[in-house]
Design a protein around this ligand. Structure first.
Ligand code: GLU
Length: 449
């Protein structure tokens, strides 16, 4: 490996020993960049990689709220404005009990490359809180969001930083956050958040965009292999917004998702989550009990496996779409043996580095990385920002068409970047390189800081 790349990885390991997720993503990305840094000695001279692995700015804040019984709670909030070289900071907010600096930092780093891949002018950011949304009433969520925004509003705007949703933050939370922003600023600046409701500037297709984009990306991979999507079986995970979008688009294109998972286990539906009734039921489950996927098996009479993940079920395509580090070595070994030819990451960093390298080394499997596959979500967020700034509304067809084209470009640009450095059809390295090149060039042109 290039010596400078190696030294930066060591540096990050030493500085972030307590943030394993951040170290993991830095190692994954930087190890793809060796040939690029070999070809560009000026990057080392400008210490570009140490600069790129240090957030431009990251801050933490106190979020105090009262529950319905009048008890006071104190949570922690974060925003990491990781890299603004190519556009305003952009990235979601995650509300989950296990959130801490290392999670927000890893997500902000990934977001920088992902946003670059969309081809649109958005920098990388992420934020969130260790607030646990499970079991909270609407009124509690509203008070929490109002308090969160009161702490954050001075540091964001449509031209500075544009948060959105992520795990634990959906349309309801974005609504409360936007309401508080408007109340505090007294100005119509709806481009400050994306994932909004349709009545106040949200974009059509935004809820579906991550899942639809992932399936469009898969179609491009299949096309490259002379294969097609009709009849394919897909093992997916989770049953949230992203997985819902995958099920819906797969159904439209004649493929079927055969597994879903939750904290309680997974379901196997050999007929596929492939009728409008089944697909809609995911939304109902999500709204009533996001901790259990078993109700799907009870309702539609299929198998439920308690306490397990779906990896290893026979299928054509594996799409880990739940959360980070869902696939470790034991699961990767099952996936390698399950007959699937395509491993298409969807959730942010769903695979540990050893498992990812193991899967990449399998001759019979094509691996695609999440930062490319799930980029349609933030890509449509950028389209939402464009519509807001121009005060216009695009039709669902217009947005869907742009999303489709964006996913083709991301796939083709990743493939071309890997090809350029003699790596063959390596979508993982290609996405890292293509995402990196744009940000690197912008940083080099903007001088040292
Ligand atoms: N949280 C999503 C992601 O991981 C969306 C971010 C956005 O729309 O800004 O990319």
């Amino acid at each position: 490996m290039n010596k400078y790349v190696e030294s930066v990885i060591e540096n990050v390991k030493a500085k972030h020993a307590n943030e394993p997720e951040f170290v993991q993503t830095v190692e994954e990305v930087l190890s793809s960049l060796s040939p690029v840094v070999d070809a560009h000695p000026e990057y080392e001279k400008a210490d570009l990689l140490n600069r790129m692995t240090e957030p431009e700015r990251m801050f933490t804040f106190r979020v105090v709220w009262t529950d319905d019984q009048g008890n006071t709670h104190t949570n922690r909030g974060w925003r990491c404005q990781f890299n603004g070289a190519i556009g305003p900071y952009k990235g979601g907010l995650r509300f989950q009990k296990n959130v801490y600096e290392g999670i927000i930092k890893f997500l902000g780093f990934e977001q920088t490359f992902k946003n670059s891949l969309t081809g649109l002018p958005i920098g990388g950011a992420k934020g969130g809180s260790d607030f646990d949304p499970a079991g909270k009433s609407d009124a509690e969520v509203m008070r929490f969001c109002q308090s969160f925004m009161t702490a954050l509003y001075r540091y964001i705007s449509p031209d500075i930083d544009v948060p959105a949703g992520d795990m634990g933050v959906g349309g309801r939370e974005i609504g409360y956050l936007y309401g508080q922003y408007r109340r505090l600023k007294g100005v119509w600046e709806n481009g400050v958040l994306t994932g909004k409701g349709l009545t106040y500037g949200g974009s059509l297709i935004r809820p579906e965009a991550t899942g639809y984009g992932a399936v469009y990306y898969l179609e491009n991979v299949l096309k490259h292999e002379g294969d097609k999507i009709e009849g394919k079986t897909i093992a997916a995970a989770g049953f949230g917004n992203v997985t819902w979008g995958i099920c819906k688009k797969a159904m439209q294109l004649g493929a079927k998702v055969v597994t879903l998972s939750g904290p309680d286990g997974y379901i196997y539906d050999p007929d596929g989550v492939a009728t409008p009734e089944k697909v809609d039921y995911l939304l109902t489950m999500r709204a009533t009990d996001p901790m259990h996927v078993k109700p799907y098996a009870d309702k539609f009479g299929c198998q439920f496996v308690a306490g397990e993940k779906p990896w290893g079920v026979k299928c054509d395509v594996v799409m880990p779409s739940a959360m980070q580090n869902d696939v470790k070595m034991p699961q990767a070994e099952k996936i390698a043996a399950c007959g699937a030819k395509y491993y298409i990451e969807v959730a942010n960093m769903p695979t540990t580095n050893d498992a990812l390298n193991f899967l990449r080394a399998q001759k019979h499997i094509i691996v695609a990385p999440s930062k490319a596959v799930n980029a349609g979500g933030v890509g449509v967020s950028a389209l939402e920002m464009s519509q807001n700034s121009e005060r216009l509304v695009w039709t669902a067809e217009e947005v869907d068409e742009k999303l489709k084209q964006m996913m083709k470009n991301i796939h083709d640009n990743s493939a071309a970047a890997a090809e350029k450095y003699g790596l063959g059809y390596d979508l993982v390295a290609g996405a890292n390189i293509a995402g990196f090149e744009k940000v690197a060039t912008a940083m080099m042109e903007q001088g040292l800081f």
